[in-house]
Ligand binder design. Structure first.
Ligand code: 1BN
Ligand code: ZN
Length: 339
């Protein structure tokens, strides 16, 4: 056989191989992401920053506090201004705390509400009632401002809500603000994730089954790093890889580290286990060996205030989210995604 003939066959084989991989059927792969050719609106880190400031101005937002009540009203009103009055729902419930009955509220807003194909975005809006990691022992019993831990995820989601109101997303998107995430003593995991536990056991829409969920926790701190968190990998490994690849394409792999991290118990673990919705967590911590978990030095201290909030971190987080939501999710043929 001549060289020309052989190289012709090789080219044909290569063509068939590439051709096959491009026509592969991904319609049953809920984690599959592929670049579309859609307009992607700008995410404003300054707006996200201002939404964090708005929350921090209410003071600590731990359950049953004055700041908690005021922040709740602010969050419901702000989401109603973007999603419309009818598409925001406050899920009120009570949980026994440490010698007190906690009045808690999960806040839910639906965008592109008629689409059956949906993505869930979540963050916790409560802040920690104590600061056990603080250097000052007298300050350890005082509630924290939680600019990053509580404020930042909500700030990013409120800016996304504003964007959705101006540019209806191509897929349905639900924003879910969990209450009572950070209430428990550090040795008492049962008293954490109270809102996620209640929502998972009492889904406001029976049978609700979005493609996937993304939890944002501590996404605004200076020098942030987001390793590929352990439970996210356990429940949705390919989604983690795909989203971290989008981040790398956008030049944000200095934050979205292409590196495994240890497991962090958080609201997404509850959602994965009890609501059976695959949800990943974008969260700032260090994990040098891929197994350990080391939170930033301001974590659960009074240094978690506006001074450590970084526009660069907010911008990277927002850039990745708008790119994924507007331009990476392949829509299923014939699915009702009406706007
Ligand atoms: C994240 C931020 N978490 C709390 N604040 C989750 C967590 C729960 C981390 C228990 C460590 C222990
Ligand atoms: Zn916390």
């Amino acid at each position: 056989m001549s060289i020309v003939r052989l190289s012709g066959i090789a080219t044909l084989l290569l063509f068939l191989l590439i051709g096959c991989s491009e026509t592969e059927d991904h319609s049953n792969d809920r984690f599959f992401l592929k670049k579309q050719s859609n307009f992607v609106p700008e995410f404003s880190a300054q707006n996200a920053y201002d939404f964090i400031q708005d929350q921090v101005d209410f003071g600590p937002r731990n359950p049953n506090s004055e700041g908690h009540q005021q922040a709740k009203t602010f969050l419901i009103e702000t989401l109603r201004s973007y999603a419309g009055q009818r598409f925001v729902f406050a899920q009120n419930f009570q949980v026994e705390g440490y010698g007190e009955t906690l009045e808690l509220t999960n806040i839910i807003a639906a965008f592109n509400p008629n689409a059956s194909d949906r993505i869930l975005l979540a963050a916790h809006w409560d802040t920690r009632p104590r600061a056990e990691e603080d250097d000052s022992s007298t300050m350890q019993s005082q509630p924290i401002l939680g600019a990053d831990d509580g404020g930042s995820g909500v700030g990013v989601l409120l800016e996304l809500a504003r964007i959705f109101s101006e540019n209806p997303p191509p897929i349905g998107v639900d924003i879910l603000l969990f209450d009572g995430e950070d209430y428990g003593h550090s040795s008492d995991l049962d008293k954490y994730f109270l809102g996620a536990r209640h929502w998972s056991a009492n889904p406001p829409v029976p049978g609700y089954s979005p493609r996937f969920g993304i939890l944002l926790d501590m996404v605004g701190g200076e020098n942030a790093q987001f390793p590929k968190e352990g439970y996210s990998r356990r429940y949705a490994n390919r989604l983690v890889d795909n989203i971290w690849s989008v981040a790398a394409e956008l030049g944000h792999d200095n934050l979205f580290l292409p590196q495994q991290g240890g497991p962090v118990a958080d609201d997404h673990l509850i959602v994965n286990q009890y609501a059976e919705i695959p949800m990943i967590n974008i969260i700032h911590y260090k994990s040098d060996d891929g197994r350990s978990v080391e939170f930033p030095p301001y974590w659960h201290t009074h240094r978690d205030n506006m001074d450590i909030i970084s526009l660069e971190t907010l911008q990277a987080t927002g850039d990745v989210l708008v790119e994924v939501l507007y331009n990476r999710i392949p829509l299923r043929q014939g699915a009702p995604n009406a706007n």
